[in-house]
Design a protein around this ligand. Structure first.
Ligand SMILES: [Zn+2]
Length: 143
């Protein structure tokens, strides 16, 4: 992009916070907006965690055990969904100049997980919409 005449500071910046350089660990973990999204899910799942130094550590240390099969399945795919949605958000901002707020990104993570998992056996009888919209009730307050 520098070769195309773009100023260096515009080529090497985080599209989410428009501050730091766009390194993998910043974009997917340490960016202020990104970490607040991780913290939302960590808090929701009552996971006490320190900020991992890099993506490999995040994936290796991500908890995978939960008290119910539904929660365990969602917890297992949660990092992939967060990373997928963050990358999608970055690209929307970089290429389409479209950005969403933290809540909208969190909702897209929930919708992505609902789309991936709604027809799995543990969610039998629960629609994609129910899982995405009533996320908390489906996962944390099962009948
Ligand atoms: Zn950033």
């Amino acid at each position: 992009m520098c070769k195309k005449g773009w100023p260096f500071e515009w080529v090497n910046h985080c599209y989410l916070c428009i501050k730091n350089g766009e390194a993998v660990n910043h974009l997917l973990i340490h960016c202020e907006l990104v970490w607040s999204i991780w913290c939302f899910f960590l808090k929701e799942w009552s996971v006490v965690w320190v900020t991992p130094p890099d993506l490999i550590t995040l994936i290796r240390s991500w908890p995978t055990r939960a008290i119910s099969p539904r929660r365990q399945l969602v917890l297992k795919v949660l990092p992939a969904a967060v990373l997928w949605c963050l990358w999608d958000e970055r690209n929307k901002k970089a290429f389409d100049n479209v950005s969403r707020n933290e809540k909208a990104i969190i909702d897209s993570v929930k919708l992505t997980i609902a789309y991936w998992l709604h027809n799995r056996g543990v969610f039998y009888g629960i629609s994609l919409e129910q899982l995405a919209i009533s996320w908390k009730e489906v996962l944390f307050e099962p009948p």
